[in-house]
Design a protein around this ligand. Structure first.
Ligand code: GDP
Ligand code: MG
Length: 429
């Protein structure tokens, strides 16, 4: 997507404003990406409309090239829906109760085990409660899980979910467990009998958390079931499972959007340690299929030191850009540290490994030092025999010299483009 968006906006780079035409095209790409990621189509419709309004209304922040600005709008809107920070469990009662609900096969039983393990790692004393009497094997499954992590599992009479939960509340006191994780019965489809049972369990236990477990692979259907579970039970949040597979996670966006409730954890594997707190910003890129770009922009925003950038940029632009300037520039880029990744985002920027070791930089300096003043000013005169002399003099190879010259040429060209206003430095410089 990143590439496509860059292409769309390339034509207007430097124009200073997002235009309706290229925004429409960009919005279309975002729409396709979201649908591809299995985001519910109604949610997509609303979402892109929102993004479009924002993009049209906004001056190009001088700080970004238009494609990056557009991505920023999309990113901000995604985070708007999914929340900026991880929503933690809120456990207030003694003992606390976490009730897991959801359709059959969504991963409730597995997630119950994962959560119990997670809670114990946090210093709590969890108990698993096998309240799924709909499928006979479900109780055995939870018992086995509990045994494997050495966490008590309460099964009661194995017949009546309400009685089991009642018994568990008592047993928790005897065993000094301070948090109960309830595994409940699901169905293949939403069904009134199931809902009634869940409502009864809720009334009996007054849970601190009612988390719906949703399989990331279910796609479009997630919205309807999330809405119905939320309507009947007033969920406190979601756990989305099976994100270790191909699913891009569009389900997360859909359910957060329609219910306004947070995703608190994600399941990323069948093993019991494969549960992670959910961080919205990390999934945004995955949903849009553009990898690290979002986090890169975020990083740049955070670490931006305007004054430093400005001083460097001025220096760069005023210079004649001889090899000596180049050497100076490498030192400056190195000083920028992580910010230099912003530089690499510029179209046409040479791949300079600014994290290159001190040794690399020394090598470059050695090469430049071995040149005559004339050669430094006018590298074009460097023929094979001069290059050989320089390589020998600096203890490097002719390849090293050529590599340096190539980087220098690319950089010089880039500088020319800045000078002539064909390209804008990021961050309003
Ligand atoms: P329940 O019917 O809702 O209790 O679902 P289960 O806990 O029995 O899980 C159904 C299947 O999904 C099992 O084979 C689990 O191993 C699998 N599963 C659950 N969570 C995950 C996950 O995060 N990743 C993967 N790959 N598989 C999972
Ligand atoms: Mg189960």
């Amino acid at each position: 997507l990143q590439e496509k968006l860059s292409k769309i906006f390339k034509t207007i780079t430097g124009q200073g404003r997002l235009t309706e035409k290229n925004i429409n095209e960009a919005v279309r790409q975002v729409k396709l990406s979201l649908l591809e990621a299995d985001v519910n189509y109604k949610v997509v419709k609303d979402f892109v409309e929102n993004v479009k309004q924002k993009a049209l209304g906004e001056e190009v922040l001088r700080s970004f090239t238009p494609d990056q600005q557009f991505i920023k709008i999309v990113r901000d809107e995604l985070i708007n829906i999914m929340g900026r920070a991880n929503a933690p469990l809120e456990l207030r009662h003694h003992p606390s109760v976490i009730m897991l609900v959801g359709l059959q096969g969504s991963g409730k039983t597995t997630t119950a085990g994962k959560l119990a393990l997670h809670l114990r790692k946090q210093g709590r004393s969890p108990m698993l409660v096998a309240a799924d009497t709909y499928r006979p094997a479900a109780i055995d499954q939870l018992e086995k899980l509990g045994k494997s992590i050495n966490i008590p599992v309460f099964c009661g009479d194995r017949k009546n979910a309400i009685q089991i939960v009642k018994g568990a509340l008592k047993a928790a006191q005897d065993l000094r467990c301070n948090v109960l994780v309830l595994d409940t019965a699901g169905r293949l489809h939403i069904d009134d009998e199931m809902m009634k049972e869940l409502e009864d369990i809720k009334a009996l236990t007054n849970p601190d958390e009612i988390l719906m477990v949703i399989d990331a692979m279910v796609g479009q259907d997630a919205v309807n079931s999330a809405l119905e579970f939320d309507r009947r039970l007033s969920l406190t949040g979601f756990i989305v499972t099976k994100l270790d597979g191909d699913a891009r996670g569009g389900v997360i966006l859909s359910i957060s959007y329609v219910t306004g409730k947070p995703v608190k954890f994600i399941g990323v594997g069948e093993k019991l340690d494969a549960l992670e707190p959910f961080y919205p910003d990390r999934i945004a890129g995955r949903i849009l299929g553009m990898g690290d770009v979002l986090s890169l922009i975020e990083k740049a925003e955070k670490e931006l030191d305007k004054e430093k950038m400005e001083a460097t940029a001025k220096k760069l632009l005023q210079a004649q850009f001889t090899l000596e300037d180049f050497r100076e520039q490498l030192r400056e880029l190195k000083k920028l540290g992580p910010l230099s990744s912003v530089f690499e985002m510029l179209p046409g920027a040479p791949k300079i490994d600014v994290n290159a070791s001190e040794k690399e930089l020394k090598k470059i300096e050695a090469i430049i030092n071995s040149m005559t003043a004339e050669e430094r000013k006018n590298p074009r005169i460097l023929n094979a025999s001069r290059k050989l002399r320089i390589a020998k003099g600096s203890g490097t190879t002719v390849q090293d010299v050529n590599k340096l010259l190539k980087s220098y040429e690319q950089m010089r060209e880039l500088m020319q483009r800045f000078k002539h206003g064909k390209l804008k430095l990021p961050f309003g410089l």
